[in-house]
Ligand binder design. Structure first.
Ligand SMILES: Nc1ncnc2c1ncn2[C@@H]1O[C@H](COP(=O)(O)OP(=O)(O)OP(=O)(O)O)[C@@H](O)[C@H]1O
Ligand SMILES: [Mg+2]
Length: 258
């Protein structure tokens, strides 16, 4: 008599998602949507189905109050009303990244804005990755040429360094960043236009980067007219690495097909 092994089935059972995948909208105040479920962690993505038809609105879980789940929209919240069904999509906020993004212009959710067709061969990474252990960060030793002599000479920047440019309105921040995006010596430049004016995006892509600059760049544009969470996601998406070194503590995401 042959022996039956249940280990394969036990393994599959362990991966089954047992939390509730549905909820209903109870209250909406400003940009905050309160619902009865689903019982997922902060950062999970759901969809709200408008009662009277129309496109589902993507939302993200941002907190909990009493027994209610608090969401913020990742799109236009029009059409959501009390009683609308909330359906789980993904239990963790994820970013899909890869080399096919090169030369493309994406929105804060990672969707192409340039009409250039779908992106392929992307890997899934956690959007909100854990920060690196400070001791595992490499020491900055190499100079990076940003193509602006005044910065190279007086405020020399090193590879791996972060830098902030702060100034009043109209002083030249965007112009300076444009110069650096175009002339920095780097294999790939990732440009996140978060909170910029809508009209500045096309100008940046066509006049500043040009076809040559765009070919070695990835542009993530989450302009000032986008919901706050989409702008936040845009910044995280632009700083997500396709390599696995920055993804400690990450378990593959369970998802529901809406
Ligand atoms: N180095 C410079 N020399 C001369 N003009 C400049 C220089 N840098 C920027 N400008 C001009 O100043 C104006 C404002 O620049 P820019 O849009 O870059 O400012 P900003 O700091 O991004 O403003 P905001 O905070 O409103 O976005 C533009 O017309 C630009 O051409
Ligand atoms: Mg500006």
């Amino acid at each position: 008599m042959s022996q039956v092994s249940l280990s394969h089935y036990m393994g599959r059972l362990e991966k089954v998602e047992t939390s509730r995948a549905l909820g209903k909208v109870i209250q909406i105040v400003g940009l905050l949507v309160e619902g009865s479920g689903p019982g997922l962690p902060v950062g999970a993505v759901c969809q709200v189905e408008p009662l009277h038809g129309g496109e589902p609105v993507p939302v993200e879980i941002v907190g909990f109050r009493d027994a209610r789940v608090l969401f913020m929209p990742l799109g236009q919240a029009r059409g959501i009303s009390p009683g609308s069904t909330i359906r789980a999509v993904s239990s963790q906020a994820t970013a899909r990244v890869g080399s096919s993004m090169l030369g493309r212009i994406l929105d804060g959710m990672g969707q192409p804005l340039d009409g250039g067709g779908p992106l392929d061969e992307l890997v899934t990474r956690p959007l909100y990755a854990e920060p690196l252990n400070p001791l595992s960060r490499p020491i900055i030793t190499q100079v990076m040429d940003v193509g602006v002599r005044a910065i190279n000479g007086l405020f020399t920047i090193g590879k791996g360094q972060r830098m902030g440019i702060f100034s009043g309105s109209g002083v030249g921040k965007s112009t300076l960043l444009s110069m650096m995006a175009r002339h920095t010596r780097a294999d790939v430049t990732v440009v996140a236009l978060v909170g910029e004016r809508g009209r500045e995006v096309k100008e940046f892509v066509e006049r500043v980067l040009g076809p040559e600059g765009l070919a070695r760049s990835v542009v993530v544009a989450a302009t000032s007219d986008q919901p706050p969470l989409v702008r936040l996601r845009g910044a995280f998406l632009a700083t997500t690495s396709p390599s696995t070194s920055a993804t400690r503590g990450w378990t593959s995401s369970s998802s529901w097909t809406p």
